[in-house]
Design a protein around this ligand. Structure first.
Ligand code: DP6
Length: 322
């Protein structure tokens, strides 16, 4: 039976995706910009099973029959539809990202699943088509298909909403793990609530579209300072927006805020470093590769830290069963 294994890495957005125009196909309200990391990979094997009447998901060694399994089946239905197949699959995934702690585990997860499932079902997809497919599983996964820096074009339909590489200066990220637990409100639900209840949402959409253009320009020009400033402002705007929901949601903890403050103080000493955070309390610091040690020193004693550089595209792994 056909089987394929793929590996993908998480990405951290410099200009965030927060809000959908069409949740049925994960069309975002705005484009976004991210760096795919070279740490915390997800490895996923998809094996077609002609005797099975349902899909099986084994996540980090444990079989799941709850929400994540249903999400995987909904995703595989899209792949089956494209491939004209009715075959069920066994999906085994090993995720080294601290799950659901706001570190984009769904991004690496659905990027790896898209690449492995496309191959197992015999689809021959180019990078843009893989990005579009991964997007259907989780919006941010569209960017984890792409190596290094990626811009996800919002697009206005399924065909035009995909990520592609963008030239960028040499940068690194320091991930400050504040908490590894599951977050109280999923980013999917929080996004939905934002669109429905925040009076600031229209301003977020228009300002993020502007920030994205400026950030892409800064990337291409190698203007790290401008890119860094846009990154931190965009992150804090997103968190302000999330707090403006009804009922409100707050992802940043007091420790997260302390890290933002420490990074601002470090910047005052002349080190180029800017903080960002996704839908969780963990903080990620964007910096120059040569300033990584200054950043880790500034965060000493506060957190578990991990250093990341631009990572590879999602890819198939060679078969090991001969
Ligand atoms: C804060 O991609 O997880 O990380 O499309 O509903 O699966 P769904 O959402 P998801 O949201 C990511 C939100 C973010 C910002 C970003 O990565 O751009």
């Amino acid at each position: 039976m056909s089987t394929a294994t793929a590996i993908a890495h998480p990405n951290i957005a410099l200009v965030k995706y927060w809000g959908k125009r069409d949740s049925a196909i994960n069309l975002p309200a705005t484009g976004s910009l991210s760096m795919t990391l070279d740490i915390f990979p997800t490895t996923t094997t998809v094996s077609l099973d002609d005797s099975a009447d349902h899909d099986v998901l084994v996540f980090n060694g444990a079989e799941r029959t709850d929400g994540p399994a249903e999400r995987v089946t909904r995703f595989l239905d899209i792949v089956r539809d494209l491939a004209g197949s009715a075959l069920r699959a066994r999906v085994e995934t090993v995720n080294t990202v601290p799950s659901a702690a706001g570190l984009a585990s769904s991004a690496s997860g659905f990027a790896a699943l898209a690449v492995a499932a496309a191959s197992a079902y015999g689809l021959d997809l180019d990078a843009a088509a893989l990005s579009r497919l991964a997007r259907r599983g989780s919006g941010s996964a569209s960017r984890s298909v792409i190596p290094g820096f990626a811009v996800w074009h919002a697009g206005d339909d399924d065909a035009s909403s995909f990520a592609e590489p963008v030239d960028a200066p040499d940068l690194a990220m320091v991930v400050a793990m504040v908490e590894k637990g599951e977050k109280a409100v999923s980013s999917r639900e929080a996004m939905r609530r934002t669109v429905l209840t925040s009076p600031f949402y229209p301003a977020w959409v228009s300002s993020t579209a502007e920030s994205l253009e400026a950030a892409i320009e800064a990337c291409r020009a190698g203007d790290i300072e401008r890119l860094g400033r846009i990154t931190e402002v965009n992150a804090l705007r997103m968190h302000a927006l999330i707090q403006s929901c009804d009922p409100p949601i707050r992802y940043l903890s007091p420790v997260s805020i302390e890290i933002f403050d420490r990074i601002a103080a470090l910047r005052d000493t002349g080190v180029d470093a800017w903080a960002t955070a996704d839908a969780g309390p963990n903080v990620v610091v964007l910096t120059r590769p040569e300033s990584v040690s200054a950043v880790t020193a500034a965060l000493d004693g506060v957190n578990e830290l991990a250093v990341a550089h631009p990572g590879p595209a999602a890819s198939l792994l060679p078969r090991t069963d001969g």
